[in-house]
Design a protein around this ligand. Structure first.
Ligand code: ACO
Length: 445
């Protein structure tokens, strides 16, 4: 274990959300497609008062306040996002306004962008800084923030919005620590999900291709990770036995269920026929090609069924939040980790947590962490479940109107947002104005 670890986390969930069951009715599609088929119950959305910068301002300011540290104690701040609001000025530089009063301008780190992977790039940079000769003894912060919105169509219910900020430190008392050498990466060149349109907030998404890329990159990461994690005493790494909890990037919950099932499928392929009776119900799928088996719905369903109890035990404690919030892109994986900490608390002591990060285009990594000390005060701020209870579940009409307004006003200069700020949670930062040259100004509720 490295002595670099996560000391504290906060998650910011926007106040407004829409119900997926309401959305099914509005879209006039078969009942259950979004709620059971995709596995989502609600989707967060934001008005023109919030953008990724305001989300990041909210998360970082809450982290610093709740952790009771000074901005002067932070030597590195890295941002993960896939939402570009300015082609030159980084979000990080806007966050520096938070540091002004402390007089601290010596803060390394900038923005990291590649679809949903940016936060992982930010985290890896931060770990490297903490371990390097450049480390000056101070804390580091990683913040991930995204707003996920899609054009009307099958991808639209897989939107969401949110932010997460993590305080990283180098100390043997860090409660959540990264396992040395247990990291595997797979990157390549695909056009499965991308944002080539500068005048439009929506991505170009090739649904099936993005799901395929997610799975095949995970296969490769898991193959490498499990080889590295194999202990001299263990014949073969096995997710059911050697991993206590799994946290996946969560575009939608069904993808998380399928991801865990896919790890077990990988373990199955490595196990000689008849050696483990657990695999008996899926033995018929042994001869499928691993490159195409993820498209075989019968095989997928059989593995999801086979692994249901393990999913409930190892994945559901992290996956519940994203079901209610949706895909927050870069913030998805790490807000799910926060959800796991909230759900399991000190039951996580001495446990191994496996994480899988994926960003289309594509960049993917699998790595693991260990909980080595009590985590009572890792998650800071309002309890996540309480916060969800306090949300406004808006009618679908309002959600559609909000997205239309965002479409019309996207990229406009000399713009004053219209939505009121009273509905925002206390402490939330919001957009006041986009100036005549595109400069953005912010304030806090
Ligand atoms: N009741 C229950 N289940 C239903 C119902 C119903 N009435 N109707 C459909 N379903 C099930 C389907 O059987 C399917 O389940 P399965 O996959 O277990 O077989 C599921 O609902 C989805 O139905 P599809 O027809 O496959 O969905 P569709 O093709 O319309 O869209 C998709 C799904 C491709 C994921 C789309 O939402 C999308 O493009 N999303 C954005 C991209 C994305 O999230 N990519 C993932 C990784 S990258 C990233 O994070 C951006």
């Amino acid at each position: 274990l490295t002595d670099v670890g996560i000391l504290h986390m906060v998650v910011y969930i926007p106040r407004t959300a829409v119900s997926q069951a309401d959305l099914e009715r509005y879209d006039n599609i078969s009942s259950g497609k979004y709620t059971i088929g995709l596995g989502q119950s609600h989707m967060s959305f934001v008005s023109d008062r919030e953008d990724v910068i305001s989300l990041a301002l909210t998360a970082v300011s809450q982290l610093v306040r709740h952790a009771a540290i000074s901005y002067a104690d932070i030597g590195r701040l890295e941002v993960g996002t896939e939402t570009i609001l300015d082609k030159s000025k980084s979000i990080k530089t806007t966050l520096m306004r938070l540091f002004a009063r402390s007089g601290n301008c010596e803060v390394e780190g900038l923005d990291n962008t590649n679809a949903c992977y940016g936060a992982t790039a930010a985290l890896f940079n931060t770990i490297a800084w903490c371990e390097s000769s450049a480390w000056d003894g101070r804390y580091a912060v990683v913040v991930a923030a995204d707003i996920s919105v899609y054009e009307p169509g099958p991808a639209r219910p897989t939107g969401g919005a949110g932010a997460v900020a993590m305080l990283i430190g180098r100390t043997p008392s860090a409660p959540i620590r990264f396992e040395i050498g247990l990291r595997a990466t797979c990157m390549g060149d695909t056009y499965d999900f991308f944002k080539p349109r500068v005048a439009n907030e929506y991505p170009t998404v090739r649904g099936q291709q993005t799901v395929d890329t997610f799975v095949l990159a995970m296969d490769e990461c898991y193959r490498r990770y499990s080889t590295r994690a194999k202990s001299p005493h263990v014949h073969q790494f096995n997710a059911r036995r050697d991993v206590d909890y799994c946290v996946f990037h969560a575009p939608f919950n069904k993808m998380v269920q399928k991801s865990f099932a896919r790890l077990v499928y990988n373990d199955f392929l490595k196990t000689p026929p008849g050696e483990d009776p657990f695999y008996e119900p899926v033995e018929q799928y042994r001869n499928l090609s691993p490159e195409t088996s993820h498209r075989n719905r019968d095989a997928q369903r059989a593995f999801v069924k086979l692994t249901k109890d393990f999913y409930d035990q190892k994945c559901a404690p992290a996956a519940w939040l994203a079901k209610k919030v949706g895909n927050c892109y870069t913030a998805s994986l790490y807000s799910s980790l926060a959800a796991l900490i909230c759900e399991k608390g000190n039951d996580l002591l001495n446990k191994r947590i496996l994480l899988y990060s994926f960003g289309s285009g594509f960049a993917a990594s699998m790595f693991s962490i260990r909980v080595t000390a009590p985590v009572d005060d890792v998650f800071l701020g309002t309890d996540l479940k309480e916060r969800l209870e306090d949300r406004i579940i808006a009618p679908v009409d309002e959600y559609i109107r909000t997205l239309k307004e965002r479409e019309v006003n996207y990229g406009r200069f000399g713009y004053l947002p219209k939505a009121n700020t009273e509905d925002l949670f206390p402490g939330t930062w919001y957009l006041c104005e986009v100036g005549p040259d595109g400069e953005r100004s912010y304030d806090q509720v």
